[in-house]
Design a protein around this ligand. Structure first.
Ligand SMILES: Cc1ncc(COP(=O)(O)O)c(C=O)c1O
Length: 414
């Protein structure tokens, strides 16, 4: 095989220039969460301590049973797993769902490479090019990337910080439905707002999708992180059994983000079969990790309870800490480990950059995720930041103290 030189490749295009990448590739956004990370690293090199409140990577250890299971595996060949998942993994997912009164059979589940792949599969299964999916904004920023991969348009409905980012009246949602709308995607509990949509809210969505012939996709990767009331699943609504698609992941609840194991579950045979076919195209999901997570999925509460209790403490610290900062708008997060905070600044992109690049208080500063990256609508979220409570208690208190001083200083400067 001959390898072309750069010059030969350019000549072969016939235009004298390199071929262009796709418009969709160009339009796919960089993660706004990671944007400021390089600046943070440079700051650390200069001896400044950076409190990371920007990213949702849990900082707690992975349950040792995962590594013990891996060490105990007696595999002679690392073979492809079946495209829908290993039988042991499917059985474990079924049992996991049963813990939450979600009844699905193994044949209604597809094991995916993280919740991320489940979401892309669901989008691809229900949408053709140019179709749209309603999302509530602010939303998990990677929905933009998933929509780009799936060639789907996101159709955003703004939520309000004053309402704790709960759903607007049904008429407002119905008004956004277009001739190309194929579904509604809800994240419950929500990243980035920490909101849990009540049974009544989900029931309204169920009613809308039923009346308008849409799918209801529900991203429930934070299910256990529910501090006051349990989360209702989209599969708890028999009236939309065949319109509901559950998207799930082991990443956060078990501190196993690197295992990349998620799932798609639905009573809609065509959707599951589509995900299966997409699964066949990518052959399979990592087999060792599927097996390693079986003990967690079959006895979930043993592992999630201590993690959730830790995050409840952090939620309370954040709520109390924010109360001592003048001019901020916030609410008590009901779930997940995030909240959107309204700051007394005009441009949160400018503020967060200044905070990480220039500001320090007693040798410490804070990294936050600017709000606009969580919105699709122009100019939305410009005075908001997303705060992920990913630090242990004392560091969390210190980080909020630094934020308070930074806001005072910023107000004097700009
Ligand atoms: C709301 C939400 N959905 C899905 C994912 C995807 O997670 P994973 O692909 O690790 O399962 C994340 C990760 O942060 C998330 O926050």
């Amino acid at each position: 095989m001959t390898t072309l030189t750069q010059e030969e490749r350019i000549r072969n295009t016939g235009t004298g220039s390199l071929p262009s990448i796709s418009t969709r590739a160009k339009l796919t956004q960089d993660s706004p969460i990671r944007k400021l990370s390089a600046i943070a690293e440079a700051r650390k090199q200069k001896g400044i301590k950076v409190f990371h409140l920007n990213i949702g990577q849990p900082d707690l250890p992975t349950p040792p049973v995962v590594f013990e299971t891996i060490r105990g595996l007696k595999l002679s060949t690392l073979a492809y797993a079946p495209s829908n998942g290993l039988p042991q993994a499917l059985e474990a997912w079924k049992s996991y769902f049963r813990t939450f009164d979600i009844d699905v059979e193994e044949k209604e589940i597809i094991v995916t490479a993280g919740g991320s792949e489940a979401i892309v599969f669901a989008m691809c299964a229900i949408c053709d090019y140019g179709d749209d999916i309603i999302v509530f904004e602010p939303f998990y920023t990677n929905y933009n990337g998933f929509a780009s991969i799936a060639n789907v348009k996101l159709n955003p409905i703004p939520l309000r910080i004053q309402d704790g980012f709960h759903l607007p009246p049904s008429e407002e949602i119905v008004r956004r439905i277009t001739s190309r709308t194929r579904g509604i995607l809800v994240c419950n509990p929500s990243n980035p707002t920490g909101t849990i949509y009540s049974r009544e809210e989900l029931s309204r969505l169920a009613d809308i999708v039923k009346r308008h012939g849409l799918f209801l996709l529900s991203d429930e990767v934070y299910r256990e992180f529910a501090y006051d009331t349990p989360v209702s699943s989209v599969l708890h609504f028999p009236e939309i059994a065949e319109q509901a698609v559950l998207l799930d992941s082991t990443s956060k609840r078990f501190n196993v983000c690197g295992a990349r194991i998620g799932a798609l579950a639905s009573h809609n045979k065509e959707v599951v079969q589509s995900a299966f076919r997409f699964g066949m195209a990518r052959l399979s999901v990592a087999s060792i990790e599927q097996l390693a997570l079986v003990p967690l999925l079959t006895s979930p509460r043993t592992y999630t309870q201590p993690i959730v209790e830790e995050f409840r403490r952090r939620r309370d610290i954040v709520y109390e800490g924010l109360g001592s900062i003048p001019g901020v708008t916030f609410y008590k997060p009901e779930g997940a480990f995030y909240l959107m905070v309204g700051l007394p600044v005009k441009d949160s992109e400018h503020f967060t950059k200044w905070l990480i690049e220039e500001f320090a208080y007693e040798g410490e500063t804070v990294l936050l995720a600017p709000g606009p990256g969580f919105y699709a609508s122009r100019n939305a979220g410009s005075n908001e930041v997303r705060l992920a409570f990913m630090l242990i208690g004392d560091d969390l208190r210190k980080a909020l103290g630094v934020l308070r001083v930074a806001l005072e200083e910023y107000a004097k400067k700009f």
